[in-house]
Design a protein around this ligand. Structure first.
Ligand code: G4P
Length: 536
């Protein structure tokens, strides 16, 4: 990976800008079963972060069912240790941010995507673009995150390669540039052709880190596998050269073009090419938008935002780990940071790094890195930490819930405790809590039903609060705002029983159904109803 210099536009080279330049912070997006976990394992193997593949998860444990709390718990445990995996390869530092597999936790996934600079889109070669891949891709597009595509499972029967590329181009409106091209299909898949240098990398021995491509004449490939149709391969490669767009770094970085690699995660094939592509083309930490200005990663002063909270990793201590993405500068253990939301100063005495199964104290970290900050509830999702500047990073979203329920406590004496517990849970992003302005009991909102199971089980296990959920008269929630404060106040006054406050005290309109929402909207001129909110 000699030409990594193409990846950054550095002002003056300093130790800090060098550290920033060698970081790649990315996530993998895919539909379940496309091979995200297998690919993650193989990437970690390349980076030497784990010794044995298969440690990232025990397969069955990730597939939880709605009613099985133990499995949810295990899922949490596993997603904790794998929240961020850091590994080094050929002088670069890769931060791979994991996203929950289950779509009920998609909010968590969307928030994690705010903390990456690029993404790898894994596609099952037999299936093409599937529903969840598409949804996650749309989230990446909203944030202009560059995407590298890995077409997986080439060792099995697959769809026509041109068809797959065509589908990406048409359904995602994204140009494609094949960087490699599969030679043979299914059982006769023998390796890939490197479109740039014309070498062929063979499946046999393809797992080796250094498995360099060999210069084999196409006409010779028949000697390796008699079933190969050499004429067809030659035609395909010619078509690739003539018809496919050449790779353009700017188009990729702007999110208009995706380089495509082919391989088999299971057979550890093509993974090295992908990693090389990530190192060579994916951007180093990008400037981040704040409410005041764009913050450049190589600025000397540390800044970070919290995109995920994981609580009670150790049930004996009510500890919370806030996962913060460093946006600029360098974090030193023991330094003091300003929590901009409250204006208070907090010491970063034991920030942590995560390496697959382990965590360790981080003495220093640089822009692009993700550190876990233990705290007892002072940090919330969306919080910004700085060395003093009053800026707030924007873009960590909250999504309007798809399910709204009223929490019923079996022991009415514990109402105060429930209020505290729900506040905690909403700050962690487990559920959203809405407190009606008319004083009625709190409502909880979730995107997927599994979140309700997690809430119930955690309230019971961590707070000894057995609760039930009741269907409420409301089923939809929208954040409301208006440029004219008085207008907003008047709307709230006339809809008091349908307005609640969210965790930040921002007003939310609750509606019985779509019809009622539409009816109200029509009559509330100037009021904006939104189903997404940037966490401030
Ligand atoms: P996910 O995290 O995206 O859900 O996918 P995961 O890696 O768990 O892979 C889903 C299934 O696809 C697994 O099989 C896995 O072994 C298989 N797989 C992944 N990559 C490849 C590949 O390149 N080629 C082939 N042929 N299979 C692949 P499973 O039977 O569901 O689970 P397991 O019992 O084998 O672990």
């Amino acid at each position: 990976m000699s030409d990594t210099t193409v990846t950054t536009e550095q002002p003056a080279r300093t130790a800090l800008s060098d550290e920033v330049a060698r970081r790649r912070t990315f996530a993998i997006i895919s539909h379940p079963d496309a091979g995200k976990t297998t690919l993650t394992e193989k990437l970690l193997l390349f980076g030497g972060a784990i010794n044995l593949a298969g440690q990232v998860k025990a397969k069955g444990e990730r597939r939880n069912t709605r009613s099985d709390w133990m499995k949810i718990e295990r899922e949490r445990g596993i997603s904790v240790v794998t929240s961020v995996m850091t590994f080094e390869f050929e002088g670069l530092v890769f931060n791979l941010l994991d996203t929950p597999g289950h779509e009920d936790f998609s909010e968590d996934t969307y928030r994690t995507l705010t903390a990456v600079d690029s993404a790898v889109m894994v596609i099952d070669a037999a299936k093409g673009i599937e529903a969840r891949t598409r949804k996650l891709f749309e989230v990446c597009r909203l944030r202009d995150i560059p995407i590298i595509t890995f077409i997986n499972k080439m060792d099995r029967e697959s769809r026509d390669t041109f068809d797959l590329l065509d589908e990406i181009e048409k359904t995602l409106a994204l140009d494609t540039t094949p960087m490699t091209w599969p030679v043979g299909r299914g059982r006769d898949f023998i390796g890939t052709y490197d479109v740039r240098d014309g070498g062929v990398r063979l499946l046999e021995g393809g797992g080796a880190k250094t498995g360099a491509a060999q210069q084999i004449a196409i006409s010779e490939l028949g000697k390796l596998n008699a079933n190969l149709d050499i004429g067809q391969i030659t035609d395909e490669l010619e078509l690739v050269k003539e018809a496919c767009k050449p790779f353009e770094l700017d188009a990729f970085r702007e999110g208009h073009l995706t380089p495509v690699y082919f391989g088999s995660a299971l057979r550890n094939f093509g993974v090295g090419d992908l990693l090389e592509g990530l190192g060579r083309y994916a951007p180093s930490p990008r400037a981040q938008e704040s409410n005041l200005r764009k913050v450049d990663a190589a600025e000397p002063r540390m800044s970070a935002f919290v995109f995920k909270i994981q609580a009670n990793m150790d049930p004996n201590h009510r500890d919370r780990i806030a996962f913060a993405r460093l946006c600029s500068g360098k974090l030193n253990r023991g330094m003091k940071a300003k929590l901009v939301r409250t204006g208070k100063t907090m010491p970063l005495s034991s920030p942590q790094f995560f390496f697959a199964q382990d965590r360790s104290v981080a003495d220093e970290a640089f822009a692009g890195d993700v550190v876990g900050i233990p705290n007892h509830g002072s940090l919330r999702i969306g919080d910004t930490l700085t060395e003093g500047e009053d800026l707030t990073f924007v873009g960590v979203p909250s999504f309007a819930p798809e399910i709204v329920r009223r929490v019923r406590l079996t022991d009415a004496m514990k109402a105060k405790k429930l209020k505290e517990a729900l506040q905690q849970m909403s700050e962690e992003g487990v559920v959203q809590v809405f407190r009606p302005r008319d004083g009625a009991p709190a409502l909880v909102g979730v995107v997927g039903p599994l979140q309700l199971d997690v809430l119930k089980a955690r309230l019971d296990a961590e707070y000894s609060l057995p609760v039930e959920f009741e269907v409420s008269e409301f089923s939809l929630a929208r954040w409301i705002s208006c440029d004219d404060k008085k207008k907003l106040e008047a709307f709230i006054a006339s809809n008091n029983s349908g307005v609640a406050d969210d965790v930040d005290g921002d007003p939310v309109f609750l509606a019985k159904n779509e019809f009622y929402l539409g009816y109200t909207k029509e009559r509330a001129e100037g009021i904006v109803f939104s189903n997404v909110k940037d966490v401030k």
